[in-house]
Write a protein that binds this ligand. Structure first.
Ligand SMILES: Cc1ncc(C[n+]2csc(CCOP(=O)(O)OP(=O)(O)O)c2C)c(N)n1
Ligand SMILES: [Mg+2]
Length: 363
């Protein structure tokens, strides 16, 4: 067994916070805020662009152009901060709500649109940017992240993997297996739980009897840490620390980013049926974007010109997304069969023949 006496066995319930809700720096001294000014401004840009595109995705769904969309409104800091501190060669294993992380990775919004439009590849293009396709089956991506981390370890690479999961996902058996494997095999993997307080209509209080989701780390023998998920600098710092530990052979970390899903679960959901407007208003007052803008202002880094440049970029990207979705070609249904294995299996070939016959397309 691993030498458990060396493992940190406590988790602080107070989330790490570097910037308070009013935009002033906190007294937190374990983590630095000293990023270069251009990085500090870029974090703001990525959060604003994420929110703007998120709104465009919702509009496109309302226009019948997408099958569904899961908004990340309110979680921009948690996603942008976590993705921004990583190397481009570190693999991301998202759930499905991680628009901010995809954009930081440089995944074209049109590719995300293709996934939500329900075309066959469902985000397969993401892999070109070291990002796994979205995982609709909750928690399964954590096993993939651990497997990929163990592969990197065996190949002698120094990349890390980051599994994005939700508070609800922590109740899945798959996530237990992933956490245990990662800890026992010292896998270079970061588990990044965005605790947005809800799993569809189930509150986080119904997910665990532990003091917090981060406390589960103790049972697995890995560090657990809570971070203010609406504070982009805190998320950046905490994930950077965990990634550095993993890269140096120190094994996995379980991070709980405490945040809130300001929108519905998906475009098919009506959250007013299970949560109060009071609650939403309380969290809306903690919105990560105005908070960080106030911080940049106080640091002398914010200007009208910066905001205009960001707004222009967001407008351009919204137009690009609309064009990509409206001009998307219809995919050939045959690709459902021809892209699964290098050589099609007899069972799939039979199904393919049947479908092509029904479509009158058999040569
Ligand atoms: C294995 C599995 N079980 C159930 C579902 C149905 N389902 C879809 S989303 C969801 C809630 C997930 O909540 P959470 O992990 O907190 O992520 P969030 O949606 O809040 O980002 C559930 C249960 C699913 N997709 N996969
Ligand atoms: Mg959730």
């Amino acid at each position: 067994m691993a030498d458990v006496s060396q493992k940190p066995m406590t988790v602080d319930l107070d989330p790490v916070q570097l910037v308070a809700a009013d935009g002033t720096p906190t007294s937190e001294s374990r983590y630095g805020r000293g990023l270069p000014p251009e990085t500090l401004c870029w974090l703001h840009e990525m959060m604003v662009v994420t929110r703007e595109l998120d709104t465009e995705f919702v509009n496109l769904k309302r226009q019948g152009q997408l099958a569904l969309f899961a908004s990340c409104r309110g979680q921009e800091a948690a996603q942008v901060g976590a993705a921004a501190c990583l190397r481009k060669t570190d693999w991301l294993f998202p759930q499905y709500r991680e628009l901010g992380a995809y954009l930081v990775r440089g995944i074209p919004p049109g590719h995300v649109g293709a996934a939500w439009r329900g075309t066959w590849h469902g985000g397969l293009d993401f892999t070109k940017k070291c990002c796994a396709p979205m995982s609709i089956p909750i928690g399964t991506q954590t096993l993939h992240a651990v497997g990929a981390a163990m592969a990197a370890q065996r190949l002698g690479e120094d990349s890390v993997t980051v599994a994005f999961l939700g508070d609800g996902a922590t109740s899945e058996g798959d996530v237990h297996e992933a956490l245990n494997f990662a800890a026992v095999f010292v896998a270079p993997c970061v588990f990044y739980v965005q605790n947005n307080q809800w799993a569809i209509s189930v509150p986080v209080s119904k997910q665990t009897a532990a003091p917090s989701l981060a406390h589960k780390a103790i049972g697995y023998g890995m560090p657990g840490i809570r971070v203010d998920g609406n504070d982009v600098l805190a998320c950046y710092a905490v994930v950077a620390e965990a990634a550095a530990r993993a890269r140096a052979g120190g094994g996995p970390t379980l991070i709980e980013a405490v945040t809130y899903r300001l929108g519905p679960h998906t475009t098919s959901d009506d959250p007013s049926r299970y949560r109060t407007q009071d609650e939403v208003d309380r969290w809306a007052a903690l919105d990560p974007i105005p908070r960080y803008r106030a911080y940049l202002q106080a640091q002398g880094l914010w200007s009208e010109r910066l905001e205009e440049r960001i707004a222009a970029r967001a407008k351009r990207m919204r137009a690009e997304l609309r064009d990509a979705v409206f001009d998307a070609p219809d995919f050939d249904v045959d690709e459902v069969f021809t892209t699964v294995y290098a050589e099609i299996t007899p069972g799939l070939q039979a199904q393919r023949q049947q479908l092509l016959a029904e479509l009158g397309r058999l040569e």
